[in-house]
Design a protein around this ligand. Sequence first.
Ligand code: NAD
Ligand code: UDP
Ligand code: UDP
Length: 323
Amino acid sequence: MPVLYESRKRILVTGGAGFLGSHLVDRLLDQGHEILCVDNLFTGTKRNIDHLHHHPHFEFMRHDVCFPLYVEVDEIYNLACPASPVHYQRDPVQTTKTSVHGAINMLGLAKRLKCRILQASTSEVYGDPEVHPQPEDYWGRVNPTGLRSCYDEGKRCAETLFFDYRRQHGLTVKVARIFNTYGPRMLPADGRVVSNFIVAALRGEPITIYGDGGQTRSFCYVDDLVDGLMQLMASPADFTGPVNLGNPDEFTIWELADMVNRLTNNQGSARLAPLPPDDPRQRCPDIALARDKLGWQPRTSLKDGLNPTIAYFRELATSPTPA
Ligand code: NAD
Ligand code: UDP
Ligand code: UDP
């Protein structure tokens, strides 16, 4: 239900032209808020926000969060950062800068404005975990010098900054540790497993499984995740997180491949390729804290979320505008 005029907020969403950010922007606009979407379009695309061009409460600013930003807003969602391993490893120094300098600038902005700020952190802060499922008080097992470190350590440092700005400057901060999330508007070539599998299956090609396919992930549908982010932002000021947001239903990569092949009627089956370095063996969120503090839990099963995602990629493949 849309908010009343008096409770309408100006909300900054960094990374708002990306996969998660653009869905969040849609939902906040639906509630009647004004949105400032800041994105450098590194992995985001104007296609994700094209439908908002004429929306009276939507504004887009092309800007890199590594540089200071002086705007006036009431709330900040900080999502700017490439999220797929292929993208964040393309320019790893820029990935760390985006996480760390980006966090400092957005925290500096929140400090000046005395406004709430939410950080899109990640299950990658747990690295290749020895504890399963992962609760928030597990400190993780992260390689500080590997190919994934630019992202993992960048996000860990951003979390540190969020908690130090809270301790040192009294900011109201919220930290969400997001587990693998999928849905419409993922980029077809961004290298993440759900998009890779669907794109291959729709072409009738074999799905490529890295390693033996026995590694696990837990896949959350985007609408559920956006609910969680908004509920976290609205939670009492003393609830900072970090809080896991993800779907605790765990699948092996083989199981995901089978499901995608079945739902797309792909006869292409699957082939094996080498496992990338530091690929976590298993990942599954413990969401007891989110259930308890936010009353949140995902509602969409993997099958129910894959169907609209497949429909999106099918439409994209036949669309005249290049992806
Ligand atoms: P995405 O790549 O689709 O979106 C990231 C957006 O940030 C893009 O629009 C990109 O152009 C923008 N961006 C990157 N660097 C920037 C910079 N320096 N300045 C301004 N904009 C910049 O990825 P996503 O899946 O939507 O992820 C959004 C956030 O959620 C990221 O912070 C990511 O780390 C986090 N996250 C996502 C997942 C997931 O499974 N999707 C899991 C864990 C965490
Ligand atoms: N900053 C910004 N917008 C603002 C306020 C600050 O981008 O409205 C950036 C600025 O680059 C600053 C950083 O945030 O360096 C950290 O701000 P803070 O006030 O914490 O520290 P300082 O200004 O002392 O560096
Ligand atoms: N993966 C795969 N085939 C692909 C892409 C990924 O088997 O085409 C595997 C990958 O090795 C990992 C899992 O799927 O074990 C999830 O990969 P993704 O890049 O989506 O996310 P992350 O590893 O960051 O969780």
